[in-house]
Design a binder for this molecule. Structure first.
Ligand SMILES: Nc1ncnc2c1ncn2[C@@H]1O[C@H](COP(=O)(O)OP(=O)(O)OP(=O)(O)O)[C@@H](O)[C@H]1O
Ligand SMILES: [Mg+2]
Length: 244
């Protein structure tokens, strides 16, 4: 079982969208994939589980609820663990996310856990990060987004080195790329110069099918052919290649 965290300290860059779509692509490759929502907004949970719910991952981390109660599979065979709207109030109690998954036997039936994060850090996000094998950074190609990347990578390295279990930054993916904008070309070149060693060759373009698919509660591939679906597929191939 590999745990992949999809992060950025900036809001609205496409973390949730990327989490859902790469999980779906991993599942298409035959990997048994599980989604986990660590964001109090619960956008991922609301997208895949389209009904009201009470308890989520916070109660599991606090030992109040068993994971079986918040563990679902939708009609696409995508499995997910419900988020908690009050997850940011979770206080570190020594719980170990990986151990919780292992004790529930989930590791034996899962190849990848893909975790969606909020833009801000809290005790729950630290739990997720230190349980991770890989971290994927999603960014927009805007000046301020790019400026934030190096300090964020430094923070990640500090978190990583202060815990026993090291994780790899598997790469940075540029999202909402619109080459019709001149500024995008300039910023993309800057991003490549700065972080070309970890930037994925594949980017995700701005595509109206993406918000539409989220509204429908499905990965973009499920709403018909789109360039975005092809790009997520290439991104996952590139990511799997880096994991070899
Ligand atoms: N490539 C894209 N093209 C067009 N729209 C996109 C793209 N990626 C994401 N979006 C849209 O941008 C908005 C923000 O995306 P998303 O919710 O995935 O960001 P986020 O980083 O998870 O936000 P938050 O920080 O609030 O959790 C959504 O409306 C989503 O549909
Ligand atoms: Mg989100």
């Amino acid at each position: 079982m590999k745990i992949l965290s999809v992060i950025n300290e900036k809001g609205g860059v496409g973390k949730t969208t990327t989490t859902l779509n790469i999980a779906h692509e991993l599942a298409r490759h035959g990997f048994r994939t599980l989604l986990l929502d660590l964001d109090k907004q619960c956008d991922l949970t609301k997208t895949v589980y389209r009904q009201p719910w009470e308890v989520g991952i916070r109660e599991v981390l606090e030992g109040i609820t068993s994971i079986d109660e918040i563990y679902y599979e939708n009609e696409d065979k995508l499995r997910f663990i419900l988020g908690s709207k009050d997850i940011s109030a979770f206080k570190d109690n020594g719980a170990d996310l990986r151990l919780i998954l292992e004790q529930a036997g989930i590791d034996k039936e899962t190849d990848f856990v893909v975790i969606d994060y909020p833009p801000e850090a809290n005790d729950a996000t630290i739990k997720g990060l230190i349980a991770s094998d890989y971290v994927l950074i999603v960014t927009e190609v805007e000046t301020l987004s790019i400026d934030n990347l190096l300090p964020m990578i430094e923070t990640l390295e500090v978190v990583c080195s202060s815990h026993e279990r090291p994780f790899n930054i598997i790469g940075i993916v540029a999202n909402k790329v619109d080459y019709r904008r001149n500024l995008t070309k300039i910023n993309y070149e800057r991003l490549s110069r700065m972080l070309g060693n970890i930037l994925f060759d594949t980017h995700i373009g701005t595509n109206t099918m993406i918000p539409y698919s989220i509204q429908e509660g499905v990965p973009v591939r499920k709403v018909g052919w789109s360039k975005a679906a092809k790009q997520y597929s290439l991104l996952v191939e590139e990511m799997l290649e880096r994991m070899k």
